[in-house]
Design a protein around this ligand. Structure first.
Ligand code: ACK
Length: 221
């Protein structure tokens, strides 16, 4: 249908309903506030500052960017390969406008991004592009062997000069390290267990996943 070909969006994804946006931003800020004060974190501050002894305020460090969402397919108005096929997929077409329940299972930060890991259900994976993980293969060698959907995330904030596309790359990198078994002692916290993966990468696996309602839709800017 010609009309649809002309109207491919910037991206498709799940958009958190307004009522939970605020809640997740608060959870994220609380996590950053807590991380900031941990001795273990302070020991590795140089990862963030490049200089020993320099302070960092994580709550100011990441800039929020727009509506909280979990991108499925980035189309760039059709410039990205497979965009049209994705938009025409019957599962995608019929999901448009429906509300799903996303499960947030971890929070993570790196010197570039802060994000939440989204663990997709089988039904949600029907809306996940087959090549989403492979796209970053070069950046993350082990990505190819990570299960489909591993890249699913919500960007909570980006450091000055970092684009949000980096959040999914950072997540895959952490998951690849996790898979290789490269992890130190977990630090038990109220929300779950926190692990340092080197180079400023921290992941808090939530004891209780957070369920958030989110509307599947497309975004045009
Ligand atoms: O935080 P995100 O998932 O990362 O949400 C934004 C959204 O699309 C609008 O920019 C994501 N994004 C940008 N470029 C790409 C890309 N090349 N591949 C996958 N996702 C992308 C970005």
């Amino acid at each position: 249908v010609q009309h649809e070909e002309l109207s491919l969006p910037l991206y498709f994804g799940w958009f958190l309903l307004p009522a939970v946006q605020e809640k997740i931003r608060c959870t994220s800020m609380d996590f950053l506030k807590t991380l900031d004060t941990l001795e273990a974190f302070k020991k590795h501050l140089i990862d963030f500052t490049g200089k020993a002894e320099k302070e960092v305020d994580l709550e100011q460090y990441y800039k929020a960017n727009g509506t909280l969402h979990c991108t499925t397919k980035f189309c760039n108005y059709g410039k990205v390969e497979g965009s049209k096929e994705y938009a025409q997929n019957p599962a995608v077409r019929s999901a448009n406008g429906s509300v799903f329940e996303l499960s947030l299972t971890a929070l993570f930060v790196t010197p570039r991004t802060a994000g939440a890991r989204v663990s997709l259900t089988e039904e949600q994976l029907l809306l996940w592009p087959a090549d989403a993980e492979k796209e970053v293969e070069s950046a993350v060698t082990a990505a190819a062997s990570l299960p489909r959907g591993s890249r699913a995330h919500i960007t909570l904030g980006c450091a000055e000069g970092t684009e949000p596309v980096q959040t999914g790359v950072d997540l895959l990198q952490i998951l690849a390290l996790q898979k290789e078994g490269q992890q130190g002692e977990p630090l038990e916290m109220e929300l779950g267990s926190l692990i340092y993966y080197g180079e400023g990468r921290w992941m808090l696996t939530l004891r209780e996943p957070i369920a958030v309602p989110a509307c599947f839709s497309s975004f045009y800017a």
